[in-house]
Write a protein that binds this ligand. Structure first.
Ligand code: AMP
Length: 601
């Protein structure tokens, strides 16, 4: 119904938002009390977080919610995005919980269309919460997932056929993520034959849990064997909740798990530990796509990887209506009742305009008017006080489900590396790394994780990539030689854009790209560090650029070898023409004045 009537649903949503919020200080400034949709589109500017932040800070320090929102702001949601190094805080009202619950309630009915019997077993789904704080005025500050898992909607789910998790709520609600992870894995192992689906919100958290299992399976097996919880678990609530899982010593189960975990390679281990599992659920789109090979490695070939939803702290967005498609082909159908959605067309495909650039109001396209194949930046107007707010995500339209468009998640819009006039965004970097890591894969290595850093302590400055690599060989892997890593440096540079290559090869304003190989576990340590500084393990996404001194220090302390690009990347006109002719659809750009200007610059 919603997708059939997407246009009407969107108009209804915007009308309601304007009616409820027209008297706020923020909207009155632009609309003078009007609730007229055309006035909204003409006068309310498209903004980034920095423009809303002053209002949010005023509310945090005790001013009335009504400066921004017609309803009481009951919590501030800490998003994984930052503004000047501080986490962003998104306003949220009571009814937002209903909207989030509505989206969650669609996931299992969608899955049920493709896989039957899911209600007959359990889910080893690994949610985590994060300790919350209070603002001066007493408003809770927490992550959106913490808010949901602590809410009655989650805790009173006894009538929901599909929400039978292996983890008891007390363990999910333990704010110490590592104690929670240990206990959740223990429950999952005890219930291994009843588990039908496994996963976590983001692939990074799920893989983190598998690597934790790799380190701690002996302790977990011991607990099962002797029916006693490891003394490192000190949370009283966890200890109490785990009593029923370890009621009796179970040496038979302990032997089974020990045999599986100690038997050489962990390739396909998930299917052996949880033999009835029908799929693995985690977000694997956007930057999470790099985890697909690792999950395929641990999952084995027979277990589908499923991405179910697309959401953020600002608003929940949409669901994947074809959950069994390959993770590379996932599209999310936007649900038109979540918020009012508008889109900034990115006319030059992925050549992104500056995030801070002022957007003319008539440029924005409404939800049902987007065009298949085109790229857009998402703008959202919520019930809770964000008006024409740029989320920072770039999406591509892949089709329509009834009237509602379906989007592929492309990237977050941010320039992450820049030394000179080069500007490399997350997508550019990801594409280049994806290209280079094929060289590793041909030699039976997987790139487990990466991040980057613009090192300006050298003259000229240069891009540094921290790489953690794992062998996929059961037998002794071929040694990683310098030539292999140097060819990866070259491959990354060759795939970066023309301006980077010009700066490197022609202007010499950027130095050779460096790969710093880090020891196993370095990125887990990075995650622990960032989680201890406030990130939520649920919403954690490995930063693709390292900024903080501590994080950089940590990674540098784990470096085992450094490799530099041995040659300048190609940046001649001929090479550029070849690149364009490979991407046939881009050939037309050669007639575009701005490209010609770049070519002659
Ligand atoms: P947060 O603000 O911490 O709630 O993170 C929300 C952001 O995570 C979104 O704006 C996206 O950039 C990213 N994200 C959420 N869901 C997905 C998804 N299914 N695929 C790719 N990226 C996602």
């Amino acid at each position: 119904m919603l997708t059939v009537n997407a246009k009407e649903a969107q108009e209804f949503v915007l009308t309601k938002i304007l009616e409820r919020n027209q008297a706020t200080e923020y909207l009155s400034k632009f609309m003078n009390g009007s609730t007229n949709i055309s006035a909204f589109k003409r006068h309310v500017p498209v903004v980034t977080y920095d423009m809303v932040q002053p209002y949010i800070l005023r509310i945090a320090t005790g001013e009335e919610s009504s400066i921004l929102c017609g309803e009481q702001i009951v919590e501030l949601l800490r998003s994984s995005g930052t503004s000047q190094g501080e986490p962003r805080l998104m306003p949220s009202i009571l009814k937002d919980l209903d909207r989030r619950t509505f989206l969650y309630s669609l996931i299992m009915p969608i899955m049920n269309k493709y896989i039957s019997g899911l209600g007959e077993g359990k889910a080893m789904y690994l949610p985590f919460v994060k300790a919350e704080t209070l603002t001066n005025s007493g408003i809770p500050v927490r992550s959106v997932l913490t808010s949901y898992y602590k809410s009655p909607r989650f805790l009173h789910r006894e009538h929901d056929l599909y929400n039978n998790y292996t983890s008891p709520d007390e363990v999910i609600l333990c704010p110490d993520s590592l104690q929670s992870m240990y206990c959740q894995l223990l429950c999952g192992l005890v219930e291994r034959h009843h588990v039908l689906r496994i996963g976590a919100v983001f692939a990074s958290a799920f893989l983190r849990s598998i690597s934790f299992l790799e380190q701690h399976w002996c302790d977990l097996v011991n607990d099962i064997r002797f029916g006693q919880l490891n003394s490192n678990i000190t949370s009283p609530a966890c200890r109490l909740a785990m009593l029923r899982f370890l009621a009796l010593p179970n040496s038979e189960l302990a032997d089974q798990i020990e045999a599986i975990c100690s038997c050489g390679s962990w390739k396909g281990i998930l299917g052996r530990l949880w033999p009835n599992v029908k799929y693995i659920e985690a977000v694997l789109t956007g930057t999470m796509a790099q985890y697909i090979p690792m999950l395929q490695f641990y999952g084995g070939s027979g277990i589908p990887l499923v991405c179910t939803m697309y959401a953020s702290s600002e608003s929940y967005f949409g669901v994947n209506l074809r959950p069994l498609c390959s993770p590379d082909d996932v599209s999310y159908t936007i649900l038109p009742n979540m918020a009012y959605f508008e889109f900034i067309p990115l006319e030059d495909g992925l050549r992104l305009i500056d995030h801070e650039e002022v957007i003319e109001n008539d440029k924005l396209v409404s939800l049902v008017d987007v065009k298949v194949g085109c790229y857009y930046e998402l703008v959202v107007t919520t019930f809770s006080g964000l008006y024409r707010y740029k989320v920072g995500d770039v999406l591509q339209v892949t089709g329509f489900y009834n009237q509602a468009p379906q989007f592929k998640f492309i990237c977050r819009r941010n320039v992450i590396l820049s030394i000179d006039s080069d500007k490399t965004n997350e997508e550019d970097l990801h594409r280049s790394v994806t290209h280079a890591k094929k060289i590793l894969e041909n030699r039976n290595y997987l790139l487990l994780e990466y991040t980057s850093y613009a090192d300006t302590s050298t003259v000229p400055g240069h891009y540094v990539l921290f790489w953690e690599i794992k062998s996929t060989c059961d037998e002794s892997p071929a040694p990683l030689d310098a030539q292999l890593l140097e060819s990866c440096c070259t491959a990354v540079e060759e795939s970066l854009d023309y301006v980077y290559r010009r700066c490197r090869a022609h202007d010499k304003s950027v130095g050779p790209l460096e790969i710093r190989l880090v020891e196993a576990g370095a990125f887990d340590a990075l995650m622990d560090l960032l989680v201890s500084h406030g990130s939520s393990i649920n919403q954690y996404k490995t930063p693709r650029r390292i900024e903080s001194g501590l994080a950089l220090k940590l990674l540098n302390s784990r470096v085992i070898a450094c490799f530099f690009s041995p040659q300048d990347p190609e940046c001649s006109m001929q090479a550029l023409r070849m690149k364009f002719s490979v991407h046939g659809s881009l050939l037309g750009l050669l007639h575009c004045p701005s490209i010609i200007a770049v070519l002659y610059a």
